[in-house]
Design a protein around this ligand. Structure first.
Ligand code: ADP
Ligand code: NA
Length: 320
């Protein structure tokens, strides 16, 4: 059952991405899984072209360095021609109302004539991502579920109207992983798109930068170490991070520490031990452009070949 997942290079990968997604992709990534760097999706709002190109390359290197099998990875824009063509076919299958009903667009785009048209249509590109590869399962969070529903509707409609081409995908829930929160503001999740990066632990941060950010993490009032995500979100976030890095349960870990300072030391060492090998392998890849290019091209060729017959049939059936 082909499972398709993506990460958008809208910023540098962080510990939340690593513990919540990338590490799992590396351990479960089998022949039936497919992971891509969704750089085209990072163009729906203001962006810097050179920066995006570099972030996409870096994100690919991080995935490979983290151990995601290289034959399961590709960069979305390497399939820009195929995806562009299929997006058009699917836009001619979808209605305007379907796109305009998407919650994400209603929240960010409605009534703002200046937003990029792609902010309205990117769910159709996402449907093309899914249907081109013939994905059976798409593990997504609640916020993306509606987009997978659109892909299902478009696959069914196309198949029913023009002929059977597309596998109808299924949205699945990814295995639960603790949400890593921002170290300086635990009320929000650690995210690539947070501007103030003082509370973000990046996969490519040097060990000293990781230690410094963790030392400055907010820790609620009181010195005792207890796990209480609602009442003591700062300390609990540190325990969640330690748990994520060590495999122990946060509540059990709380008993091992009697001060915030002690806990922070342990978190810093665990985070450095977790990320340092990934950072070193990523930098090695980034400094070996020939090797990274070889991996990238092989992934793109495989992904393009996987979708070729579906795109050709769809174009022919719709009248091209
Ligand atoms: P971001 O908010 O950093 O841009 P994405 O929305 O691109 O993250 O998510 C990419 C993957 O990383 C998803 O599988 C998502 O569940 C996971 N992820 C993102 N942020 C966190 C976090 N703070 N804690 C745990 N997992 C996260
Ligand atoms: Na995001």
């Amino acid at each position: 059952m082909l499972r398709l997942s993506a990460i958008t290079p809208s910023g540098h990968a962080h510990l939340g991405n690593y513990l919540g997604a990338i590490r799992r992709w590396a351990s479960e990534g089998g022949r039936d899984d497919l992971y891509f760097v969704s750089d085209l999706h990072a163009m729906t709002t203001a962006h810097n072209p050179a920066k995006l190109r570099s972030l996409a390359r870096e994100q690919l290197a991080v995935l490979i360095a983290a151990g995601v099998p290289e034959e399961t990875v590709f960069v979305q824009s390497d399939l820009a021609r195929e995806l562009g063509a299929l997006t058009w076919v699917l836009e001619c299958t979808a209605s305007y109302g379907e796109a305009a009903r998407m919650t994400q667009f209603k929240e960010k785009g409605v009534g703002r004539g200046g937003v990029r048209l792609s902010l309205l249509t990117y769910p159709v590109l996402m449907a093309a991502d899914i249907l081109l590869q013939g994905a059976a399962e798409v593990p997504v969070g609640e916020d993306q579920r509606q987009h997978v529903e659109l892909a299902r509707a478009l696959a069914r409609r196309f198949n029913g109207t023009y002929g059977e081409v597309f596998r109808v995908p299924e949205a699945t829930l990814p295995p639960a992983a603790a949400r890593v929160r921002d170290l300086t503001d635990p009320s929000r999740k650690m995210s690539k798109s947070t501007r103030d990066t003082a509370g973000t632990l990046f996969v490519l941060d040097e060990p000293e930068a990781l230690r410094r950010k963790i030392r400055k993490a907010v820790t609620d009032s009181g010195e005792e170490v207890t796990y209480d995500p609602d009442g003591r979100p700062g300390v609990s976030n540190l325990l969640d991070i330690l748990a994520g890095c060590t495999g122990s349960a946060p509540r059990d870990l709380a008993a091992d520490y009697s001060s915030n300072g002690q806990l922070k030391e342990a978190v810093a060492e665990a985070v450095v031990a977790t990320l340092a090998p990934v950072r070193e392998r990523t930098n090695r890849l980034l400094n070996d452009p020939g090797e990274l290019e070889r991996i990238r091209k092989a992934g793109a060729d495989r992904a393009a070949a996987r979708g070729e017959h579906r795109l050709r049939s769809a174009l022919r059936l719709i009248g091209a």
